[in-house]
Design a protein around this ligand. Structure first.
Ligand code: ATP
Length: 674
């Protein structure tokens, strides 16, 4: 077996996330066409490795059929079709196993288009063990010698719900965060002592529907699957136990939402899957760029892995390439390449102190081994307003986020998909114990070798819109439910030949223009007026009595409308209002608003936040309760953070609690209507 060339091991330490491509091996149908025979019609990726196996960066050239106007991209390394899991294991995974025994949490992720060999790589196939299987076998043999105990957890993330695959009932697992620490409430940790036990749990204990283990009756479903291998070891002269874990993540296959899905999966489901894949890339980009804020919360899978991604833990991102579906493969590969391109930060000084910072300890009370299942004690607190707020928040934030992302889900979605996402943006299904703390990476052990290359990030090409009003939301919803969804002209034109690279360029252009927008900001008065108009329109609208479609209007049935309906202030039917709502009991505009649904209040909060995110000092000072000092602090906080304020809690750092701000807003609203 080949040993790791010294240059290669250096390369492994170069970046937080190492991006590796793997061209899918020959399946039975391709077996008769060896790579160099030229007999196969399957398009081929070609790879240039300047220093052979020791190359620190390799170039992958796309096949002509890829549909990309770009011809190649660079990644850290690429394994060819004939290079199998054993070789990848010995070169890439083995070095990480030693780190697990020292308390680190490396993560191996497989991503790529449909049928690109992700499951084959991670899990393996009949008689051919995958990376996880090989790793567990090695870990078990090492644990035998060191008297460590091993447990595994196996989960599935399906439509942003986490399920425990080792529990026959497959209960939903809650992801909780307490003081930056992630807890997987309800996820089993099952002890294993032999590889046979592992096989039983990993292959048959789960209701696996991945290739090779497809149960006959189960419908295929695209989901992310994760295996956690926990190593518990006794630390000498200490009453604590070190915990290291290795994560293996088999992401759902990416599929361009504009094409008809191969397994009949609907558009909304597909958009959700792609959204979480994008979220993973965004996290990886942020980690590689050493950004202060890493958007872990954008998807369940990234939030679950936050603990393992933080600190000095290593991540391997395998981009699997399916030569026969090269458009999706090339797209995924390009994104992976972009997530590390131009970032030359070198992780050095991987010292004991650094490791100890990421090394989680469990109290000695758990010395006898972890429980078979972590009890779920935290009750779900689902309230309608929470869910609503979350939806609104996502929408409004989506419209205000600019520039910093590697890309967003909108970049590959049609207009209609975007509309669907708007109505169906997933809300967090469990309350989180605490808001995510700002992630300040450990920079003491990082050395910047060269400046970060200017890296133009495509901005969100989401429609830049403010949706302050539930009316708009509902109107678009009603129309979309009418029938088929027609792609926008832009989307269809891109399907007819325009490549994703062109889209990326156009996104770059949009980014430029959004920067221009930023420079030429509207006058102060206009922005204050916008805020007050939004507040007024919210106050005066009547969502409780609004009639979107005339009930008796037969002509409206079965009509398909893909247009977003412009918001109009509805005419108040005072007779209805007076019947159901005693106006005389209302004392202030805020109380009036309080009687409406919580979505409206949240819209006001979002408007207020939007204002705080964009206003300059003079504007800020005009707000009730924000003087010179606070305005300066808000501006400083805004400059420091690459993210806009997402919730009122984000302003705690300038000494303003959410309660105080709400009090200030009450005054503001009261003044507007007096
Ligand atoms: N290196 C390889 N050698 C031989 N066959 C392979 C190899 N990689 C993948 N395959 C075969 O290709 C097919 C698809 O592989 P696999 O199921 O791993 O893809 P996937 O990316 O996980 O699919 P999905 O999109 O459903 O998640 C399987 O039949 C698998 O056995």
């Amino acid at each position: 077996m080949a040993s790791i060339p010294s240059d290669r091991s250096k390369a492994i330490t170069r970046r937080k996330v190492r991006v590796i491509a793997k061209i899918r091996g020959f399946t039975d149908t391709h077996a008769e066409f060896p790579a160099n025979s030229g007999a196969s019609t399957t398009p081929r990726f070609s790879v240039n490795k300047p220093n052979g196996e020791a190359s620190e960066s390799v170039t992958i050239f796309f096949p002509a059929q890829s549909g990309s106007c770009k011809e190649y991209c660079d990644v850290d390394y690429c394994y060819d079709q004939h290079e199998d899991n054993d070789l990848i294991f010995s070169r890439e995974i083995k070095p990480l196993i030693f780190e697990v025994f020292e308390g680190c949490n490396p993560t191996i992720i497989a991503c790529g288009g449909r049928l690109s060999g992700k499951t084959y790589l991670i899990q393996g196939s009949d008689g051919k063990p995958g990376l996880a299987t090989l790793a567990v076998s090695k870990i078990l043999s090492m644990a035998d010698q060191t008297r460590n105990s091993i447990t595994i957890s196996f989960y599935e993330v399906y439509q942003e719900h986490v399920h425990d695959l080792l529990d026959p009932k497959q209960p939903v697992v809650s992801i909780l965060e307490d003081k930056g620490k992630i807890q997987h409430k309800g996820l089993s940790q099952v002890p294993i002592r032999s590889i046979a036990e592992f096989y039983r749990l990993y292959f048959s204990g789960s209701s696996s529907c991945k290739s090779g283990q497809k149960p006959a009756i189960e419908l295929p479903r695209r989901s992310h699957r994760g295996l956690v291998v926990n190593v518990l070891s006794s630390a000498e002269n200490s009453d604590t136990r070190l915990v290291g874990k290795m994560n293996f993540v088999d992401l759902a296959g990416y599929e361009d939402g504009r094409r008809k899905s191969t397994d009949g999966i609907n558009l909304v489901e597909s958009a959700k899957i792609n959204k979480s894949i994008y979220a993973m890339y965004n996290v990886i980009y942020s980690l590689n760029a050493n950004e202060r804020h890493v958007p872990y919360r954008e998807s369940k899978i990234t939030h679950m892995l936050k603990d393992s991604f933080d600190g000095m833990n290593r991540i391997l991102l395998f981009t699997c390439l399916n030569p026969s579906s090269c458009q999706d493969s090339v797209y995924m590969l390009s994104l992976a390449s972009r997530s590390c391109r131009g970032i030359n930060r070198v992780v050095t000084g991987f010292t004991k102190e650094a490791k100890s910072m990421t090394r989680p300890m469990v109290p000695s009370s758990q010395k006898n081994g972890p429980p078979a299942s972590v009890p779920t004690t935290v009750k779900k607190k689902h309230t309608a307003s929470q869910v609503h707020f979350s939806k609104k928040k996502d929408n409004v934030m989506a419209s205000t986020m600019k520039g910093r992302k590697l890309f967003d889900e909108g970049s590959r979605q049609t207009q209609s998909e975007k509309a669907i996402s708007l109505e169906d943006i997933d809300s967090a299904d469990e309350p989180l114990v605490q808001e995510e703390g700002k992630c300040i990476p450990n920079v003491t052990n990082l050395t910047v070798l060269s400046e970060v290359e200017a890296f133009s990030l495509p901005t969100s090409n989401m429609v830049k819109t403010t949706i302050p009003n539930k009316d708009v939301f509902m109107a678009s919803k009603v129309c979309l439910h009418g029938g088929d969804i027609t792609p926008s002209p832009r989307a269809s034109s891109s399907t007819n030949g325009a490549s994703f690279t062109e889209q990326v360029h156009s996104m770059d252009k949009e980014n430029q223009s959004s920067l221009v927008d930023k420079v030429i900001s509207p006058p102060l008065s206009a922005r204050l007026r916008e805020l007050s108009n939004n507040l007024k329109s919210l106050w005066s609208s009547t969502p409780l009595h609004i009639k979107l479609l005339e009930e008796n209007d037969a002509s409206s049935y079965g009509q398909v409308c893909t247009e977003i309906v412009e918001p109009k202030t509805p005419i108040m039917d005072w007779s209805i209002v007076n019947e159901g709502w005693d106006v005389a009991n209302v004392h202030s505009p805020w109380e009036t608003l309080s009687m409406r649904n919580s979505g409206m209040k949240n819209s006001i909060v979002q408007d207020y936040l939007k204002f705080l995110n964009t206003a300059d000092k003079e504007d800020l000072k005009r707000l009730k309760g924000i003087g010179e000092k606070r305005a300066t602090s808000i501006l400083e906080l805004r400059e420091e953070s690459s993210e806009p304020f997402k919730s009122l809690d984000d302003l705690k750092e300038v000494g303003l609690s959410a309660k105080q701000i709400k009090g200030m807003m009450k005054k503001e609203v009261a003044e507007l209507f007096n």
